[in-house]
Design a protein around this ligand. Sequence first.
Ligand code: ATP
Ligand code: MG
Length: 423
Amino acid sequence: MADFARPRGTYDIKPSETPAWQAVEDLARTLFSHYHFEEMRTPIFEHTEVFERGVGDTSDIVQKEMYTFVTRGEKSVTLRPEGTAGVVRAFVENKLYGGPLPAKLWYLGPMFRYEAPQAGRNRQFHQYGVEVIGSSDPRVDAEVIELGARFLLEAGVADARLELNSVGCPVCRAAHRAALIAHLAPIRGSLCADCQGRFEKNPLRILDCKKDRDRPEVKSSPRITEYLCADCQTQYSAVKHNLDVLGVSYVEDSTLVRGLDYYTQTTFEFVDDRIGAKSTLLAGGRYNGLVEQLGGPDMPGIGFAGGVERLLLARAVQEEEEGAAKIDAYIVTFGSDLTIFDASLRVLSLLRKAGVTADLDYAGRGVKAQMKTADRLGARVAVLLGDEEVANGAVTLRDLMTKEQNQVSEDACVEAVLALLSR
Ligand code: ATP
Ligand code: MG
């Protein structure tokens, strides 16, 4: 039987969906040119060594995710798994380093990775991205990061979290590498096969390995930030200062390594936990060694790439949340005792009579799930009812904003909730 279905990990963008895509494409065009970036279009396939060199041969992408093939006895080519390597290759090949610097380039288009498909992870997906090549000024780092934040915001994703780190330069990395190898040596034998391979070559990658990164021994590894040389420390402080000047808030995460050899100094990710396991919307960093790696002059660079699919996913989740009617109070019951159920009905009715929008879970779900629902519904207060409360003829009120909680008698419940709501 002929198989006419589309390949796994691909999808059709139907006419009802294209307007959302066009909006993202329009935003890229207008916002990036507003920041004085110019579009660069490169081939969808490159010689395989562009990615081996340009992405790094210890990376997951090169080790197992590339679509590589040989056409009619010619050289091996690979469908591009990301945009940076091709853009930098084109920058070098077209001698753009002879033009005005820094070069500020953006791109948008399909990328290809052989991965296990799931929501937010496809085999053909789309990335938008920018690269600034030819400046190591920490104001450029801040500009690129602020542009990423602005892009997500204007695309309609309100609260992605910015995680920031510095992975140093080859000088500080050598010291960290030695410490890392010493620290991980005792568990070397039990690391995953990939990490065994990376152990000597690029142990920093182990911190980023999906299989091993959550192991306590890996988590307690020496942090790269403790090994930064004076130059990298100065750069990192300046980047943070510039982000403060621009009003971009961030959380530092010393485990954030985008572990390619030529990645240097600034690394960052914008994360939105609401879209599930695949939560990174946009990621980037400085790559001061890459231009030279790809045959160009020794020239610094920095950039980011974001996934269009994940962006649209995040926006859909957010629109759903915003669309959902908000409530004031959510009743959370511990246990299924009849007396608890009776109390929950009484309290619910009292609150509603007092004009408080309230609801409760009838699906018999666990406390954690009920608390999650309370959050999702935007409740200000959770009314907790369990054995202890019922025995005391009381309820526990949890202010979901301040996380304070206290017990009040059932009779005083309505007044206490109203007081909380009017704060
Ligand atoms: P992950 O940890 O999710 O595997 P990654 O480190 O491989 O991400 P990058 O190479 O940094 O991702 O790509 C930048 C962005 O491109 C990601 O943050 C994500 O939004 C998007 N992206 C990467 N791989 C895929 C994919 N297979 N399907 C859809 N989007 C993707
Ligand atoms: Mg990946």
